[in-house]
Structure formats: structure tokens, C-alpha cells
Design a protein around this ligand. Structure first.
Ligand code: NDP
Ligand code: 8X3
Length: 253
């Protein structure tokens, strides 16, 4: 059966790979992000290659009013969102707590924590009305263990871990599934964003081992979304073979 999937942060990385995976399954997708040109390109790629209908919503998850009005702007049939993937997020900087920048801290907390809350609050009432739904939050191994200089990014992902558990409790009477997927290192635009565009430093994050790729995470999100109605994956921690936990990666050479 065709489902309606809303993916935040679908202009790159995990979110884009998820959009492709769901579209290939014939689902209808609502893709969101700040970069309109990328949303338009992805829509046109998906609609020409798959049996899907794609809606683009351009908003910054940090702006509560933009979030509300974007979700309100959906035509009624598309408000029946079956699956929300709260994926939009970022790390900004990798500095000791005493020298971190408050601009980086605000960006991470506003995006990863408050943004996820704003989007969820705009969509949960629609799911409650439909008496069905599945929320998949993208956490991180950084939300399980803190690593050196990860301080505020790790805190923001620990918040995602806690919010996911809270959502599952509060939405239990409404039959809404809540899942967290918590990946370790994956080679996307993540490190380029973390290091403020320093591509060399970003590439070095993946030196000497095989990291995961966006398609790996898309596969797991799709799997979690495709289980029978009575089954709910609560939490899935996933790393590449070379990674043991949030801070231990075995590098060759
Ligand atoms: P990318 O940088 O490749 O993609 C991030 C996506 O988030 C983009 O589509 C970006 O869209 C969107 N985004 C960022 N900020 C905002 C904002 N303020 N408003 C709307 N959209 C926003 O990173 P990944 O795909 O790797 O990351 C996706 C998620 O996975 C994040 O939550 C990240 O923390 C998490 N994660 C990543 C891991 C990794 O190693 N790559 C591991 C574990 C978790 P745009 O810029 O167009 O707005
Ligand atoms: C992203 C992976 O290892 O940079 O959450 O925290 S890591």
C-alpha cells in the first residue's frame, strides 16, 4: 500500500537516500530542507524514475512559525502522514567545552532538539486524528556515549534519545510507533558541515576505515518502517564494522 512519508533534511546524506529508497518502494514523499534547488532536483529525479508523487516543503526546522505554516500548507490528503522521519540535524564544531562557540552550540541545540520538537508537534496531532503513524528519530551513537570535544553535539543527541523515549510513552494510547535509529560514523556532508566547510578535515574523519554510507541508514529506516503493525523497533544502534562505540574507531595504517 502507498504510504505518505515526510522526511526532514532530504537535501543531502541520510534524508536524500531515504527519499530514494521510499520512492523506489512506490511511496509518496514529502521532502524538506532549506536548499530549494536541491529539493526541486530531487523531486524531478524521483518523479521521473519512480512511481511516486513528491511534495517539497522549504523551511528551517529552527523556525517554529515556518514549520507550522509549511505543514498547514499541505493539501488535506497529504496531511495523512504515515511516517515522519526526523532526520534534519548537524554538528557544528568539535571543540573542548571551555573554548566552544555559543554560535555553534545554539545551532546544534536549535536544530537537533528544538527543530525536532517543532516538526513533531506540527505532525503528531494529524497522526492522532488518523489513529496511526510512525515517528522515526535519527539519533546517534553520540546520544549513547559522550566523546572528547563532542560535548554539546552529544548532549543534543542524548536529548533525542530521551525525547524518543518520552514520545513513545506519551503516544502509546494513540497507537503511534516511535523508533530511534542511532548511527555511528557515516560519510555524508555531516563532517564538512561540522568543520565549517573544511573539506580536508572532513575527509580525514573517514581515513583508514570503511565508514557507513547514507544508503546503509536508508535501508534500516526502511526496514523499521516496513514491519507488521504490531511490531515496533524501539531503538537501533548501528555502526560500521570498524567502530566499537561513539569514540573508538579502528583505523588501518
Ligand atoms: P548531511 O549534512 O549530509 O545532511 C543534513 C540534512 O539536514 C540536510 O538535508 C540539511 O538540509 C538538513 N538540515 C540541517 N539543518 C537544517 C535546518 N536548520 N532546517 C532544515 N533542514 C536542516 O548530514 P547527515 O545526512 O549525515 O545527517 C542527518 C542526520 O543524521 C543528522 O541528524 C545527524 O546528526 C545524524 N547523524 C549523522 C551521522 C553521520 O556520521 N553522518 C551519524 C549519526 C547521526 P539543508 O541544509 O538543505 O537545510
Ligand atoms: C554523528 C556521528 O561520531 O560524529 O552523529 O558523533 S559522530
Amino acid at each position: 500500500m502507498k504510504r505518505i512519508i515526510l522526511i526532514t533534511g532530504a537535501t543531502a546524506g541520510f534524508g536524500k537516500a531515504m527519499a530514494i529508497k521510499f520512492a523506489a518502494n512506490g511511496d509518496d514523499i514529502i521532502i524538506t530542507g532549506r536548499r530549494t534547488n536541491r529539493l526541486d532536483e530531487l523531486k524531478s529525479h524521483l518523479e521521473s524514475n519512480y512511481n511516486t508523487s513528491v511534495t517539497c516543503l522549504n523551511f528551517d526546522v529552527r523556525n517554529e512559525e515556518e514549520v507550522k505554516s509549511a505543514i498547514n500548507s499541505l493539501p488535506d490528503p497529504q496531511k495523512k502522514i504515515d511516517i515522519l522521519v526526523n532526520n534534519a540535524g548537524l554538528a557544528s564544531g568539535l571543540d573542548p567545552i571551555q573554548s566552544g562557540s555559543s554560535e555553534d552550540w545554539n545551532k546544534m541545540i536549535d536544530t537537533n532538539v528544538k527543530g525536532l520538537l517543532y516538526v513533531s508537534q506540527a505532525i503528531i496531532p494529524l497522526m492522532i486524528e488518523n489513529k496511526t503513524g510512525h515517528i522515526i528519530n535519527i539519533g546517534s551513537t553520540a546520544g549513547k556515549e559522550v566523546y572528547p570535544n563532542g560535548n554539546v553535539y552529544c548532549a543534543s543527541k542524548h536529548a533525542v534519545d530521551a525525547i524518543t523515549k518520552g514520545m513513545r510513552i506519551d503516544l502509546l494510547p494513540h497507537g503511534i510507533k516511535v523508533t530511534q535509529i542511532a548511527p555511528g560514523a557515516a560519510n555524508t556532508e555531516f563532517s564538512t558541515v561540522r568543520f565549517h566547510g573544511d573539506k580536508e578535515r572532513a575527509d580525514a574523519a573517514y581515513n583508514g576505515y570503511q565508514p557507513m554510507v547514507a544508503e546503509d541508514i536508508a535501508e534500516l529506516v526502511f526496514y523499521a518502517s516496513s514491519l507488521p503493525k504490531h511490531l515496533c523497533i524501539n531503538d537501533m544502534v548501528v555502526t560500521s564494522l570498524a567502530q566499537a562505540n561513539s569514540y573508538l574507531i579502528h583505523r588501518e595504517g
